[in-house]
Design a protein around this ligand. Structure first.
Ligand SMILES: [Ca+2]
Ligand SMILES: [Ca+2]
Length: 303
């Protein structure tokens, strides 16, 4: 009886492990190729993407900045009646209506910001049409403050799924992809390849939030740096802004930051980015128990 029970437990453990850890597409892919099941229907859909940067900065004495921005259709169907707005420091600077945007086409614009102060300015671009929307923010004029902040427009800038360094790392991690689920592969890389280091030891200040690109270069960081990089990687990998966040929280001893992700079968899951893939479930639970969330954010949202 005892050995039968053990066998049942072992089978259940294997099934649970397969469901949560293994990417069944990779296991079933070769089978599906041999026995062609009816595949998913190809749907036609417009997919919008906004992009922008500061092209020309005449800093002294007038502080005039030229912001170049665009909306592109990355989907496989024409986008009709696309609205695009550019907001600088919370004030609308321009809005456009593109009646028709063909597949792979872009509409390009620029605006000039005059008499900008030497403080931090934030540009927010938003595009939408029936069935598609995109949003992107970026700063100019001054360095983003690197200390703990509860200002949504500041903290959102730290999650950078469009940074070429983040995208390159995501692609590099997949170059050596094992048959595990995407979120396990990405968290495993971050947990194994980024070493913990105090902000004081690396930057000489008590608190210093690093952009994902900086953590990739340094290969060191503390809690928020791990969480910001991992959240940026998840977003670069296509996880919706509704489904993954950097969480800033605290317990009796102090502040901590981690990642919260919505998993298919499991729902919301708190993940300790300093741990590798083996820590999934038990390790995450032990490390994060006792912490209470203060706020959560990604590049598009702040709650
Ligand atoms: Ca820190
Ligand atoms: Ca830091």
């Amino acid at each position: 009886m005892g050995s039968k029970l053990l066998a049942v437990v072992a089978i259940v453990v294997v099934i649970v492990a397969v469901v949560f850890f293994v990417d069944t597409r990779l296991l079933l892919g070769p089978l599906a190729d041999r026995f062609p099941f009816p595949g998913p229907e190809v749907t036609s859909k417009a997919v919008l993407r906004v992009d922008g940067y500061v092209d020309d900065a005449d800093e002294v004495p007038e502080r005039v900045y030229t912001v170049v921005y665009s909306v592109s259709n990355m989907g496989n169907a024409t986008a009709e009646n696309v609205t695009l707005s550019a907001v600088v420091d919370g004030e609308s600077h321009a809005s456009h209506l593109v009646s028709s945007l063909s597949v792979s086409d872009s509409a390009n614009y620029s605006l000039v910001v005059t008499n900008a102060s030497n403080a931090l300015h934030v540009v927010s671009l938003q595009a939408s049409c029936a069935g598609a929307a995109d949003f992107y923010s970026f700063p100019f004029g001054a360095d983003v403050p690197r200390v703990f902040s509860d200002k949504p427009e500041i903290v959102k800038l730290f999650v950078t799924p469009r940074d070429p360094a983040v995208i390159a790392l995501k692609n590099e991690i997949y170059g050596a992809k094992l048959p595990f689920k995407d979120w396990i592969v990405l968290r495993d890389w971050v947990g194994k390849n980024i070493q913990y280091a105090d902000d004081a030891a690396v930057h000489g200040v008590r608190e210093y939030w690093q952009f994902g690109k900086e953590t990739i270069d340094l290969r060191t960081g503390d809690c928020e740096d791990f969480a910001i990089l991992l959240c940026s990687l998840f977003r670069a990998n296509g996880v919706s802004a509704d489904d993954v966040y950097v969480v800033v929280g605290r317990n009796a001893e102090g502040y901590h930051a981690w990642v919260r992700i919505k998993l298919e079968a499991l729902g919301w899951y708190n993940l300790e980015p300093q741990e590798n893939g083996l820590a999934t479930f038990a390790g995450d639970f032990l490390t994060l128990s006792g912490f209470k969330a203060i706020y959560q954010f990604n590049d598009q949202q702040f709650h």
